[in-house]
Design a protein around this ligand. Sequence first.
Ligand SMILES: [Mg+2]
Length: 395
Amino acid sequence: MATIESVDLFYLRMPDVQDIGDGSQDALLVRVRDGRHEGWGECEASPLTSMASFVAPMSHSACKPLSSVVIGSPIDDPDDIRAIAQKVKASCLDLPQADHMWAGIDMALWDLLGRRLSEPVYRLLGYQRAYPKEPYASNLFGDTPEATRRTAVRLRTEGFQSVKFGWGPFGRRTLAEDKAQLEAAREGLTGDLRLMVDAGTVWNDDVEAAELRLPSLESVDAFWLEEPFHGAEIGAYAALAGRTKVSLAGGEGSSNAAQARQLIDFGRIGTVQIDAGRCGISSAHAVAQHADRAGVKFVNHTFTSSLSLAASVSAYAGLEAHTLCEFPVSPKPVARDLTTVRIILGRDGLVRVPEGPGLGIEVDQAHIDKYLVDVELKFARRTIFRSDRWVLRNG
Ligand SMILES: [Mg+2]
């Protein structure tokens, strides 16, 4: 029987982290070891608070450090990962950040098992083969409509068939400015390409504010409107869906499968977007199966590294009818330099997950050094965590 011997955490960061909707500016990298093999994962999360959830001393019986659950657990097959997840749920019930921290550990454990068994992760998930996915280019809106139009032209020239613009000024300025942004995007893409729009939860739960943008969205033939509201505002999603023919997308903020199922079952979304870096591969896979049964399209959410992309796509790699894939086109250098293997588009313009073993991605340890941040966490004057090694077991 193999057990999890160590979990090491690495905080990587750009020298200048900006107040923009770009989650690729830092990374929390996870390495798990069982004594003979190792696996890697990446949390799409605030690194330092997630690290704290790994080591913070027990507050009560349902608020324990993740390390106390994970270290020493058996890891022989995929069911062991699911069993640890159940223990995490019980032991970290009142520790919300634990979900994000667990996501990276879950990802690393799937990678470890795949490496040990010489199988790609998608096969361990039960898929016979991985279908290539059609990428959509994912970008922020420009500061001006002209900047958005230029980006749209460039991406069309690069051969993308689907392009998404999101965040930036959209929804934050006047109706006229939002309309101009949408028209600029459509003009740059011409009538041939799909245009997705990501509102980045800007209207929180305000259905009327979102509704004001519907005529513009409909006139540019938006393929979907993503995250008009916070992911927990299920009623707002359902209400807006009843007022437009523009399909709604959401779910990237889900840090567990239950949150995503709510949006699918009651939010009337057409597409669910799941980030394995926020909920883990196990939950992403469970949501993909649920979406498929419910007639809702599943697509990955990925804005960071190839490691994250491989993990998120593995979760639905074998579902042939779910064809789209979010492809980050301008990750920050820390995300780009994270791996020696980078997922690029094939000659046919499609995305393929690596054929493993594990996630088929190697972390570029030589190149990430310059992004590493020294971290030391202290409690009662004792160091409980120092950079990549945690010091005081079980808090
Ligand atoms: Mg989004």
